[in-house]
Structures are given as C-alpha cells and as structure tokens.
Ligand binder design. Structure first.
Ligand code: F6R
Length: 573
C-alpha cells in the first residue's frame, strides 16, 4: 500500500505534491512526508494525515512525497518517508517491501540507520555506491540487481536536477503534465492535471528531467514507451452535503448501476460477449479475488450455476495452495483497485501455467487490467472510502448481467430505481436499528444460497467500519456449532428472500433461544424491500447492510472513511 509521488517541472512542487498525496491517502494514512530539492534536500514528516503537512511549506520545483501504511516499523515520525542517506544527500520514498533489507543493512553496517523500515537501506545503498565513485546511473543499476521484493521507488539526489524511479511488482506511473512530470502510484494522483501517462513495467527504471524522460528495461537498455490516454475522475471527489464518503458512495449506487448497465449494453457489449464465448470454450472457469470482491465472485458463481454454467472461485491469498489451472482454464480476477497483490500474484501464476485472463476491475490501466487479455470495467468511478460499497454493488451487477447472457433471469432494468427506493425508504429504520446494535460485541448474519455471500459481505462491513465482531454464515451451519453462542439478546440478522426460504428454519432456531432477531425480508413490516427475484434481493440486502455498518460506526464515533489499520489498495502480501 502507501502512496508515492514525485514532481519535477516549472511549478512549485510542494502544493502539487500535497494535492496528489491527498488523492492517494486512501492507500495509507499512518504518516506522511515530503522532500524537496533546493540547495539541500529539505524534508518534512508528520504522523497522521496529509492535512498536517499543509502548513509546513517547502520551496522548490523538484520533490517527492509519501503517504504511509506501515509494514516494517511502527507508526512514528522517524519511520515516515522520505528516508535519507547519512549525509542527507539522497532521499527515497517507497511502496512495497524490500525482502532482503536485513542482508543489505548488514553490508551497510558502517552507515547510521535512523528508522526501523526496510526502505532506508535504499538511501544508504546508493550513498555507499556513490562514495565508491559510481555515477547515479551505475548505482541504480546495481541497486536493481540487488533488491529483492516489491518496490516502486522514487529518489532524489542533492545537486542533481533529476528524479529517479524504479518499479517491480508495485504500481508506478508517470503523468505528462503541461508544467513537467509527475510520478505516482496511480493515475488518480494526477487525473485532475492530465490524461496522459506512461505506465512502468516490472524491472523498468526511469530518469526524469524537467523537460525529458528516459526509460530503461530490466536489462538496463533504453526503451521507448507509449504515452497512453486515460479517462478517469478528473477532480478530487467532492463530499458534498454528506458527512462521510461512505454515505455519499452508498447514495451514488443507483447512478453507478445505471452507468454500468448502459456501458455493458453499448461500449462494453462486445467484450461481454467475448467473455461469454471464452467461458463456453474453456473447460474451467475460475474467479479469483480478495475481501469484498471475493464475496462478489461467490455471487457470480451462484448466478452462473443457476444458468447452468459451472465455475468456481478462490480467495486470492490461497490461490497457489488450491489452484489446478492449465491452458484450458479461464481465470477471471475481480478487483476494484486492480492492484491487490494477492490477486496479481494469482494472475501471474495462472499466466505462467497457460491460463487465459479476463479481468473485472474498476480502475482503468491498473496492473491487473494490464495483465489481462481484456478487461471489463465496472464503471463505479473513484471510491474514496476505504470500504467497498458502490464498487461491490457494480461488481455484482456485472456478474448478474453476464449470467443473464446464459439465461439467468436478472431483470436489471429497474434495479437503479429500486436501489434508490430501498435507500430512501429504509434509512430511518436502519438508523434506529444502529442505535439498538451499537453496544453489541457480536452480530451474526445468516443466509443461504444467494444470501450466503451477502451475509459474509455485511459481516465484513460491520467489522471494518463499525469494529464489531460479526460472522456471516450459512444458516444450515448454525446447528453444527455456532448455535452454542446464540443466547438471550444476541443479534442475528437473517436474510430471507421469501417466506418459504430454507433460512426460515434457522430463524425459528435462533428466536427460540432468545436471539435479538432481525429479519430482512420483503415480507418484513420493519424494512421496505420490493418483492422481486432473489438476485436483486441480495443486492438490496447488501445496501441495507452497508447503511447499517455506516450508522453503527457513526453512533460509535469511528473514523468511517479511514478505518484503523486498513488501506484501500492492498499492494503487499
Ligand atoms: C472491504 C474491502 C476489501 C477489498 C479487498 C480487495 O470493504 O474493500 O475487502 O474488497 O481488499 O480489494 P480489490 O477489490 O481492490 O482487489
């Protein structure tokens, strides 16, 4: 995770770097820092968010910045990036993990290390090589040959009007601005300033001057790179009248679904048909995803099975332990960010084994999209809150539309209005329910079939946003153990698509043991849910679950958009 930025050009660098770091803050918000090149390298660092950096203005037209999600070393000012060499002449920001940092540090034992991070070795390594008479270009080549692990690195050197950048397995992109160049972890960092960018491939490095850049491949040969035109959110997402991005993004769901359906039926139609064809020709169809995206994939498997298409899904972090992919497998990674390291690793492994990759992502030009034969986009727009809301809904809708090509009855045309209605007519009820649940330690959510993945997703939202232990489970599994935990007053939310759904027997089981039973159902008097098919019921239940997590978190006074210990783009294992 972590967001990194570098700017070189004719404008003052500090405000530009701060603006971009603010846009990258969803990648990590433990600490932040900036280094600017003047007659010396000047550094400012803070623990906490970018806001705290704003009054520490530095002057200069070349600089680098970082927003951190801590991996090696606790959250402290000395562990905040940029990291410096002993003489303060080299400054480094990094996203990724240097796996052999201890070995390198041992080699550099004559250097004084001030942080507990893996990153700091990079600054000292370069200082050591420069001290031995190597040029910066030569030192960089040696660095590349020695580093193990994952990295996007952006580096400044005193007295050298250039920025150096290296990438392996962590995202890095160069934005072409009118006033110069900006390096960043993703295009959102500068999408308000340009729509032109060059994407680094693994093993490449670049040297950027004010008016030119040079890229080098993994063998350090000069390489010509294509400038890509991208289209992505052109400003910083405005929060408007909402108190939090999470609530804003839930309210955006109707429009996000509208936009996606239109796109799937027009500009993305051909790709959707091509995916269908591939699914018909390959022996095995396998989804791979993490977190919420994994729960969306479980729903995808459900919809496809209903339509008679066999598919399976694997959690990305366990993919290598369970996969049996080969040249006759279609692997479909699902990822909002398109950068999740576990998913990316699964994609690379599948490609090595000859599988075909067609991805489903939100962020265009993301690493997973670029590793794919082709990619379908969920068109949810930038999501600022760390928790997935509108992007989860759009992943599910895309999968429903795909299944409907095989005969699944999704009836999606009216879905946007229906979601709008579900939000409007239930928000008050959910707020009341949130007050009843805010002091609970555990919440159980049960579903069966289509509502099982939904139960898991709602539980995840309650954990990450409301900090309440929650378990989403198959109703049928209750009696095999978990029922022992159900006693007087324990909240159990049941997802009941229709009154004769199998889950009703579980509802009776928990109610007879005194549970605080909350029935989410079209039959319910408490909630207003349209009578419709079970797929859409699943979507409505997720929306209610998202609102519930939001309002409980609000009751508890939690930092909803930036929950502790988390980041939106999980680019480490
Ligand atoms: C939960 C959430 C995470 C992500 C997971 C995968 O609200 O956002 O569980 O779903 O980290 O991220 P992507 O979809 O970017 O691969």
């Amino acid at each position: 995770m972590c967001g990194i930025v570098g700017y070189i050009g004719t404008d003052e660098a500090f405000p530009l770097i701060i603006q971009s770091l603010e846009k990258l803050e969803y990648r990590g918000y433990d600490s932040a820092g900036v280094a600017l090149l003047g007659s010396d390298i000047k550094v400012v660092k803070v623990v906490g968010g970018i806001d705290k950096l704003k009054n520490k203005i530095l002057e200069g037209r070349v600089g680098i910045g970082h927003t951190r999600w801590a991996t090696h070393g606790g959250v402290s000012e000395r562990n905040a990036h940029p990291h410096l060499s002993c003489d303060g002449e080299i400054a480094v920001v990094h996203n990724g993990i240097i796996e052999n940092w201890e070995e390198l540090k041992e080699e550099l034992r004559n250097h004084k290390f001030v942080s507990e991070t893996d990153t700091e070795v990079v600054a000292h390594f370069l200082e050591e090589r420069l001290g031995k008479g190597l040029s910066m270009e030569e030192a960089l080549k040696e660095l590349k040959s020695r580093l193990k692990g994952t990295y996007a690195l952006v580096i400044l050197k005193k007295g050298d009007d250039r920025i150096y950048a290296l990438k392996k397995d962590s995202p890095l992109v160069l934005g072409i601005l009118e006033s110069g160049f900006m390096l960043a972890s993703d295009i959102y960092a500068f999408s308000d300033k340009t729509n032109k960018a060059i994407f680094f491939e693994d093993g490449e490095h670049a040297i950027i001057r004010r008016n030119e850049y040079r890229f080098f491949d993994s063998e350090n040969r000069v390489v010509e790179k294509r400038i890509e035109n991208f289209s992505w959110s052109s400003g910083k997402e405005e929060i408007g009248n909402f108190e939090h991005y999470m609530l804003k993004e839930i309210h955006e769901e109707p429009n996000a679904v509208r936009r996606l359906l239109l796109s799937l039926r027009t500009d993305q139609r051909e790709k959707l048909e091509a995916l269908k064809k591939l699914m018909e020709t390959k022996r095995k169809v396998m989804f791979v995803a993490s977190g919420s995206s994994y729960f969306a994939s479980l729903l995808g498997v459900y919809f496809l099975h209903r339509a008679g298409i066999e598919s399976q899904t694997l959690i990305a972090s366990e993919f290598h332990n369970y996969e049996r992919v080969n040249g006759d497998t279609l692997v479909i990674p699902i990822s909002q960010s398109g950068e999740t390291m576990d998913v990316l690793d699964a994609v690379k492994l599948s490609k090595r084994k000859g599988a075909e990759i067609v991805s489903i992502v939100n962020v265009p030009h993301s690493s997973i999209q670029r590793e794919s034969r082709f990619s379908l986009e969920i068109k949810a727009g930038q999501e600022v809150c760390v928790a997935a809301t509108k992007t989860f809904i759009n992943q599910v809708v895309l999968l429903m539309e795909l299944a409907s090509l095989f005969g699944y009855r999704a009836e999606l045309d009216t879905l946007p209005q229906e979601i709008e209605h579900v939000i409007k007519s239930n928000e008050k009820t959910i707020r009341k329910l949130a007050r009843r649940l805010k002091d609970k330690n555990d919440i159980y959510i049960i579903g069966r079939g289509v509502t099982y993945p939904v139960a898991r997703e709602i539980a995840l939202k309650l954990k990450e946003i409301a900090y309440i232990h929650a378990e989403g489970m198959m109703g049928g599994e209750l009696k095999h153990g978990t029922l022992a935990l159900i006693e007087e007053g324990v909240p159990v939310i049941s997802l009941i698509p229709s009154k004769d759904d199998e889950v009703m027997s579980n509802v009776i089981e928990v109610e007879s043991r005194g549970a605080m039973s909350i029935r989410i159902s079209p039959e319910s008097k408490e909630f207003k849910i349209p009578q419709t098919n079970s797929g859409k019921f699943a979507v409505f239940s997720v929306v209610l679950g998202q609102l519930l997590a939001y309002y409980i978190a609000k009751e508890r006074g939690l930092p909803i958009d930036k929950p502790r210990n988390l980041a939106k783009s999980v680019t480490v294992k």
